[in-house]
Design a protein. Structure first.
Length: 286
């Protein structure tokens, strides 16, 4: 890291420049709920997410090129190709939740996709939909229509981003469902390389960039439990913060329970032992 120039911070990740062509994406153990970072870290969370993202990058290469170059031995750092990022978030929803559910209740549609009437919260959609959003510098991303997104990135780029996003989601959601995890929705960030080709960047198909639900507890008609963050949500609820700003240290059992869920998601999806990943992170790539 001695030669790396810090470029920026997200809520839970840091971005460094290694040289003109390469970046280092470092996932911390910080955890956020309702868009606020909690004061307590979840040990190894950054390693789980880095390993899972690497696993998906290796398995989706034939669908779409991605920025991954290598995983560092620390298990939480990804060396990646430097891209020109598109200024839109590429969201795919297979289920009706979060802002998708909100928009549907208000208008019967999400980002211009007219949906059947009578859908309930968390219902599976007739087919996955592409629901782009703007990248808000601070605060919440805003859903935009397909036409608005096409205006921002160009019709050609838009069509390509939509096609690739849907293909990536369809592949990953089917794979995860066979292993007991519903990927309700997910967010991709694409960039372009020097040749102008679209390349998948950021961290993809992790519980931080997606909604993971335990399939065995799926019960549409209300909110679903979160695969990874439910212990944290229950704790915040219990101490009276409900679903807002909760700036309270997490008790050890909540930390341990949450860590266990992340590790379980990793092991279920990769069919690898997390300890084997810690010993040699590149095992997720083959
Ligand atoms: C990039 N972001 C948004 C870390 C995550 N391969 C790339 N090339 C150029 N830029 C980016 C990537 C990637 N990935 C992605 N910002 C720049 C997410 N960041 C926010 C800060 O923390």
């Amino acid at each position: 890291m001695a030669n790396a120039v810090h470029l920026g911070s997200g809520k839970v990740r840091e971005l460094y420049a290694l040289d003109v062509e390469r970046l280092l994406l470092v996932a911390s153990d910080r955890i956020s709920t309702f868009d606020v970072v909690l004061p307590t870290a979840i040990p190894d969370k950054g390693r789980v997410l880095t390993g899972l993202a690497g696993f998906w990058f290796a398995r989706t290469r034939s669908i779409c090129a991605n920025h991954l170059l290598a995983l560092r031995p620390d298990g939480r750092s990804t060396e990646c190709r430097r891209l020109e990022m598109l200024p839109i978030e590429c969201v795919v929803r297979g289920y009706l939740s979060g802002s998708g559910w909100k928009d549907y209740r208000k208008a019967g549609e999400v980002c211009g996709h007219r949906l059947p009437t009578g859908l309930r919260e968390s219902d599976r959609l007739p087919e996955p939909i592409f629901t782009p959003a703007t990248k808000a510098q601070s605060g919440h991303d805003e859903n935009i229509t397909r036409e608005q997104a096409a205006q921002i990135v160009g019709a050609q780029r838009f069509a390509e981003a939509e096609r690739l996003s849907l293909a990536l989601y369809n592949f990953a959601a089917a794979y995860a469902l066979e292993r007991g995890i519903i990927i309700a929705d997910t967010k991709f960030e694409f960039g372009t390389d020097r040749t102008g080709g679209l390349v998948l960047g950021d961290e993809a198909l992790t519980p931080d960039s997606s909604r993971f639900w335990p399939a065995d507890q799926y019960a549409p008609g209300g909110l679903q439990p979160s695969y990874d963050k439910q212990y944290v949500r229950d704790f915040c609820e219990k101490i009276g913060w409900g679903n807002t700003y909760c700036h309270h240290e997490l008790p050890a059992e909540v930390v341990e329970g949450t860590r266990g869920r992340y590790v379980e998601a990793f092991e279920q999806l990769t069919t690898l032992r997390f300890n084997d990943y810690l010993a040699n992170p590149s095992i997720v790539l083959s």
